[in-house]
Write a protein that binds this ligand. Structure first.
Ligand SMILES: [Zn+2]
Length: 421
């Protein structure tokens, strides 16, 4: 299975102490962005300001000190002087993309503090930035690994997306997932299994104090035995979600099956980190229960297509996603990259479009994740006053969906973080 191969390769590379910079650096197509001025004008493109808004042809987007100050057609006035003009004829500008399900498991990312800036830069470009991501959600690594990557980005030594992380996950007692066990052994990582509800609540506080932006539970953990799935106790789920919510942090859950989903949505979980095709199509009652609990979904559709297990058909995952979205539920784009090798976003874009259409797809990349972390007033749209997180793709994605994975320019908080030659 791809996922296990990915883990195995990461392990082997790290344990062997290989020079990890080589291949990634050689593949990087990014140019080194010179220091960009505080005023940037993006012109010569059409803009899709939000999932609901009509596109604006021949737009002028002005950015000053990290904030968007204008999004309007060229007829509304020329570009003022003293702006660096970035022009991509025929392209389309959208709010910066969010990948709401990744893992920092690539060897270079796991050992960021030991890596050169060039090696880390190449890895970030190849994995995330070249695909248009200005925010990524790491849904389990460790707090230290996440901090190692995030610090380098925020210090300005490398250019990359904003990294939000859950830090270490929470597994039921004795139920580290079968596919994750080699990692814990190889790296000597502390167990992420819950000992008691009190201990878990204390760890929630520690991780948030250490920088975690959210919490991740395995309400259904695949242990590869009999039973194959171990579920988290309802009272423990509730204790953890209460602790996270007291500190203003959302809680993600890996549900796996119906029991894992039920215990999540009945006990305060905010986001399902995967769809759950093993439980079959979602009925109207299933969807109503999700809406009543105000639970968002990261479907990770390509994961089920790639794994191609007859027990978890991708078409069932698409049905679940479509049913929740059609009823007004929130759907977030996420690839599970890092767990798989699927850094290329085109498969997930295609499957998400099949499930939720253009508006749903654009919302899943922008406004929906911003809302989940309470940032909808600052991020997710191209509009004056919004943080200048922006991606320019080639062509018109409403005519050719492949454009969404053909990124030419990425600006994060007003700084160019990726520009394809
Ligand atoms: Zn994952």
């Amino acid at each position: 299975m791809t996922t296990n191969r990915s883990f195995a390769r990461a392990l082997i590379a790290v344990l062997a102490g290989l020079s990890l910079a080589g291949p990634a650096a050689a593949q990087s197509g990014a140019t080194t962005a010179s220091a960009t001025p505080d005023r940037i004008a993006v012109v010569g493109v059409r803009a899709f300001p939000s999932p609901e808004a009509a596109p604006i042809e021949d737009v002028v987007i002005l950015i000053e000190d990290g904030v968007i100050t204008r999004v309007s057609g060229r007829e509304a006035g020329p570009v003022p002087e003293a702006y660096q003009v970035l022009e991509t004829p025929g392209g389309s500008a959208l709010a910066g993309f969010w990948n709401s399900h990744i893992h920092l498991t690539r060897p270079v990312l796991m050992t960021a503090s030991e890596q050169t800036d060039a090696a880390l830069q190449a890895e970030l470009d190849n994995d995330f930035t070249r695909w248009g991501f200005t925010t990524i959600l790491d849904l389990a690594s460790t707090t230290a690994i996440a901090k190692g990557v995030s610090d380098r980005i925020e210090e300005g030594r490398v250019r990359g997306p904003r990294l939000l992380s859950v830090g270490a996950p929470f597994y039921p007692p004795g139920a580290t997932p079968v596919y994750a066990r080699p990692f814990y052994e190889a790296f000597g990582l502390p167990s992420a299994e819950i000992v008691s509800a009190d201990e878990a609540v204390a760890r929630v506080a520690d991780q948030i104090d250490g920088g975690a932006a959210a919490v991740k539970l395995f309400t259904g953990s695949i242990v590869g035995g009999d039973p194959d799935v171990v579920h988290m106790e309802a009272a423990t789920v509730r204790a953890i979600t209460d602790a996270a919510h007291r500190r203003g942090r959302p809680v993600f859950a890996h549900p796996t099956d119906r029991a894992g989903l039920d215990v999540a949505i009945r006990n305060g979980v905010d986001v399902l980190a995967h769809s759950a095709p093993i439980m079959g199509p979602w009925s109207d009652a299933d969807v109503r229960a999700l809406l009543a609990a105000d639970v968002a979904l990261v479907p990770t559709l390509a994961l089920f297509e790639e794994a191609a297990d007859p027990r978890t058909p991708v078409q069932t995952a698409i049905q679940q996603t479509r049913a929740l979205y059609a009823a007004g539920g929130r759907v977030l784009f996420g690839t599970d990259a890092g767990f798989t090798d699927a850094f290329d976003t085109s498969s997930e874009m295609r499957l998400m479009y099949e499930a939720v259409g253009w508006r749903g797809l654009l919302a899943s990349l922008t406004t929906a994740p911003a809302a989940v972390v309470g940032e909808e007033a600052r991020r997710g749209r191209l509009a004056p006053g919004m943080v200048a997180d922006l991606v320019v793709v080639t062509g018109d994605p409403t005519a050719d969906l492949g454009a969404l994975s053909d990124v030419v320019l990425v600006i994060r908080a007003g700084k160019v973080v990726y520009r394809r030659p």
